[in-house]
Design a protein around this ligand. Structure first.
Ligand SMILES: [Zn+2]
Length: 254
């Protein structure tokens, strides 16, 4: 048996048994094994990893483990600039787009509410989710670590929180999306884009009170659902405000 020394940093520790969190530990292995398979066998999905240093040098996922290696594994960095160092992750996706697993229905509604392109069906199979993520360049959000270990998934994130609102804050923070929030832009029902529509064009479909009090409307290009800035919109604004506060708005730009 050969031995290597591992240390995982920051939130990657969430995936380790308690005794291995925040400390270095010895890992024994045999034969030719890649660092990617080794990291996953220790419990950490490869999609969570952004930088691997072996004996102080940056390596990619195909690196073969050697006797005596000292391995440091880092998650996706938010505030520390490591761009000069080679990352193992492919280039970040320019405009974040998501596909969510079937257990994240409420999170889907929140993401769409804030304007993010979010695919969701309550009957997606795991294989299908992985394929959609790959084919459409979408970040796969799930609480299922096994799903993220599928090799075709290059952009994924394991959601730690269980409460949907906390999940939203977690995702906004992790992908640094607070500045990209654009409410009233996307259909919560079908993910279609909203476009302005005149009151006249939709007046026969509006409840009387809405007719009376609102003048600005948008309609979903895909499913025809009509939106206006009614009481639900006010509540959403307050919700967004709270999230901005929780996400530490003002930290950006440094
Ligand atoms: Zn729609």
């Amino acid at each position: 048996m050969k031995r290597a020394y591992f240390r995982f940093y920051a939130e990657l520790n969430d995936f380790l048994p308690l005794a291995r969190r925040q400390v270095g530990f010895v890992h024994s292995f045999e034969g030719r094994v890649s660092i990617k398979d080794t990291i996953e066998s220790l419990g950490v999905p490869h999609t969570e990893v952004d930088l691997i240093l072996v004996n102080g040098e940056s390596v990619d996922f195909s690196y073969l483990m050697q006797e005596g290696d000292r391995v440091s594994v880092y998650p996706i960095f938010e505030s520390i600039d490591i761009t000069p160092v080679v990352r193992v992750r492919p280039r970040p996706l320019r405009e974040p787009r998501f596909v969510l697993d079937t257990h994240l229905g409420r999170l889907m509604a929140y993401l769409r509410m804030l304007g993010f392109d979010t695919l969701y069906q309550n009957d997606y199979a795991d294989k299908e989710l992985a394929q959609i993520s790959k084919r459409e360049g979408r970040i796969l959000l799930t609480r299922d670590r096994g799903l993220l270990k599928r090799s075709i998934v290059t952009h994924g994130y394991c959601v730690r929180e269980t409460d949907p609102r906390r999940q939203l804050v977690e995702v906004l923070r992790h992908f640094d999306l607070v500045g990209a929030i654009a409410p009233f832009r996307r259909c919560i029902r079908c993910n279609g884009l909203l476009q302005p529509v005149s009151k006249q064009a939709v007046s026969d479909r509006l409840p009387p009170k809405t007719q009376q009090y609102y003048d600005e409307f948008r309609i979903c290009q895909d499913c025809d659902q009509i939106y206006w800035k009614g009481s639900h919109y006010q509540r959403m604004q307050q919700f967004v405000e709270r999230i901005l506060q929780q996400s530490g708005r003002g930290n950006a730009g440094t």
